[in-house]
Design a protein around this ligand. Structure first.
Ligand code: LHQ
Length: 254
């Protein structure tokens, strides 16, 4: 059985980390599967992606047995495996929704934080992980988590090693929603995205990323640039026509 499974349902691609007995700890094999899955997600037919884990875990980060006793260059490992995964998620012109079905730790937390939305099961837990084993947040964890939580709460949480419940995570701003069945809710949200104009959704994703480091003038300019493109799309014409004709729009993605 493959370490990463993909399944298509219409325009939604679900990517499932599949090492349930190890709470979906990340090995070289999982990384390879994840890279292939995210390449599949770039297909124009796919309009939303759900990332989840099999069994009772979402992902507990690096498989520590791979590093045990070995004098590995961790920096090189991060650059070669984790960084392309994070870039692939951020680079996709469509939403990636983490369905956090269970425990989420270390680089698994970074992976969830790299997604556009996080929907947590009420049984999910969030474990900073890194500090408890003498490491610092990696795989974008420091970049994403400070943006989600703000500096004071990001430092307090990530340096504490303290496990956050799903309710804590919601309060911290780490997750968007807490529900009983994260997979079912994420599928519902993904289907809703699939009905929206994909160019506008994708550009909105990139626009908010740009806003994080831009000045007001740079952001106004970026909005003007992307709005010119959006306004040239068939989907903009369809959106306005459907509104005027009082019917639901059908967006083609062009
Ligand atoms: C695991 C793991 C695991 C292997 C559970 N590895 N097997 C570092 C280095 C290099 C490059 C990249 O980045 C990083 C950053 C990282 O991600 S470092 C890793 C950070 N993660 C952790 O430190 C989490 C370690 N795990 C735990 O603290 C616990 O397992 C938690 C609190 C997540 C869950 O506890 P339980 O619910 O009690 O489950 P468990 O501990 O019994 O785990 C179930 C199985 O999964 C068990 O295997 P076994 O064969 O004994 O049943 C664990 O050994 C295995 N597992 N995490 N990261």
């Amino acid at each position: 059985m493959s370490d990463v499974l993909t399944g298509r349902d219409g325009a939604v691609l679900t990517v499932t980390l599949n090492r349930p007995e190890k709470l979906n700890a990340l090995t070289a094999g999982v990384h390879a599967g994840l890279h292939d899955a995210l390449a599949e997600a770039a297909d124009d037919e796919i309009r939303a992606v759900v990332l989840t884990g099999a069994g009772r875990g979402f992902c507990v980060g690096q498989d520590l047995t791979e590093f045990q006793g070995a004098a590995r260059d961790v920096g090189a490992h991060l650059r070669a495996t984790y960084h392309p995964t994070i870039h692939a998620i951020r680079g996709l012109d469509k939403p990636v929704i983490a369905a956090v079905n269970g425990v989420c730790a270390g680089a698994g937390l970074s992976l969830a934080a790299a997604c556009d939305l996080r929907i947590a099961a009420d049984s999910a837990t969030f474990v900073p992980g890194f500090v408890s084993i003498g490491l610092i947040p990696d795989s974008g964890g420091s970049w994403f988590i400070v943006r989600l939580l703000g500096q004071a709460r990001a430092f307090a949480f990530m340096s504490s090693g303290r496990t956050a419940t799903a309710a804590d995570a919601l309060e911290l701003g780490l997750v968007n929603e807490v529900v009983e069945d994260a997979g079912a809710r994420a599928a519902e949200v993904a289907v809703a995205y699939a009905a929206l104009p994909p160019l506008a959704v994708g550009m909105t994703k990139h626009l908010f990323e740009h806003a994080v480091t831009a000045t007001l003038d740079e952001q106004l300019e970026q909005e003007a640039k992307l709005q010119s493109l959006a306004a040239q799309s068939e989907d903009f014409r369809e959106g306005v026509t459907a509104f005027l004709e009082k019917r639901p729009p059908m967006f083609s993605g062009r």
